[in-house]
Design a protein around this ligand. Structure first.
Ligand SMILES: [Zn+2]
Length: 313
């Protein structure tokens, strides 16, 4: 009898566990209108998974006279097709131009899918350099999260190479200004469309969730790029993660956080204050604690900034 109870408890826990992971809703990408002929596809805020197909970031597209410009191509051939499906609900025009804002897996691993359908792929030279250096590692990591969805995905590097750190171009009559930020990854960029006053910031800006500082991130370059973003004064901001927003929210939840890290943690490192004491002192900054992922990321973010400023005061 006792054994039976243990068994059914185990079974219960097991099925609960299984239901829990299956409970993440299947993400269906949907276009949100930002301005005339310009749309965002806002991905979920959590980690990569089969349920979200690795599309846990933001994308965008612009409908031009003769086709569609897509910003960021998805995490795989599988997820690229999902983005294409969302665009088809808005326009029957073909995706003819794909722009990568960064080198993280979900920004560019769908390139090959669109290139195979005749799209021209654009990226800045610094972005391509990072993509080339990390492609294999990204595929290996991503496979752990999305499994068989990665089948048929081949890294494809842009042939339309734009000079870093800044380029202006016109694609099918649409003007854009392309600016390197080097914020989250080396070679990260943002793209500004002056005629509709929209900036796709890539991983320079996160709203609704706290940004992550990785070993390859650079908060000093991020802070400088954020100042540049403010100077562009876009009416609409499509962040790398989180809802489509304006400069105010971007400043409160990202720009102010870069300032906070540099002013407090950077300064403490320069003064050679003890690291543990410093991280404790700034553990709960009230203006940021409401952001999703705060508990998981804030301390590690401070730690990385401290180490960076210690090594490069
Ligand atoms: Zn990102």
């Amino acid at each position: 009898m006792r054994r039976l109870i243990i068994c059914s408890v185990t079974l219960f826990l097991f099925s609960f566990g299984a239901t829990k992971s299956a409970a993440e809703p299947i993400f269906v990408p949907r276009a949100t209108k930002v301005a005339d002929n310009i749309y965002a596809i806002v991905g979920p805020l959590g980690q990569r998974s089969e349920a979200n197909a690795g599309l846990n970031a933001n994308y965008g597209f612009i409908v031009t006279a003769n086709g569609v410009i897509l910003i960021d191509s998805g995490a795989s051939a599988h997820s690229a097709a999902m983005l294409e499906g969302a665009i088809k609900k808005v326009t029957p025009k073909p995706i003819r131009w794909v722009l990568n804002t960064g080198a993280q897996d979900h920004r560019w691993l769908g390139n090959d899918y669109f290139a195979g359908k005749g799209a021209q792929i654009y990226a800045m030279s610094g972005t391509i350099r990072t993509q080339q250096g990390s492609a294999q590692q990204q595929l290996d990591n991503l496979r752990r999260f999305v499994g068989a969805q990665l089948t048929g995905t081949t890294p494809y590097f842009a042939k339309q190479v734009q000079p870093s750190p800044e380029a202006s171009l016109i694609i099918d009559g649409v003007r854009l200004q392309w600016i390197e930020t080097n914020a989250h990854y080396p070679g990260d960029t943002m793209i500004y469309f002056p005629d509709v006053s929209v900036t796709f910031t890539g991983d320079l800006v996160y709203v609704d969730r706290i940004l992550g500082v990785l070993p390859q991130s650079n908060v000093r370059k991020a802070q400088a790029a954020f100042i540049r973003l403010v100077a562009l004064a876009p009416k609409h901001v499509v962040p790398g993660h989180g809802r489509v927003t304006d400069l105010m929210q971007a400043k409160r939840e990202t720009g102010d956080y870069y300032d906070f890290l540099i002013k407090n943690i950077g300064t403490a490192a320069r003064n050679m204050d003890p690291i543990g004491e410093t991280l404790d002192r700034f553990a709960k900054p009230g203006q940021f604690t409401h952001l999703q992922n705060f508990d998981e990321l804030h301390r590690a973010n401070m730690n990385r900034v401290f180490v960076d400023f210690e090594a490069n005061p």
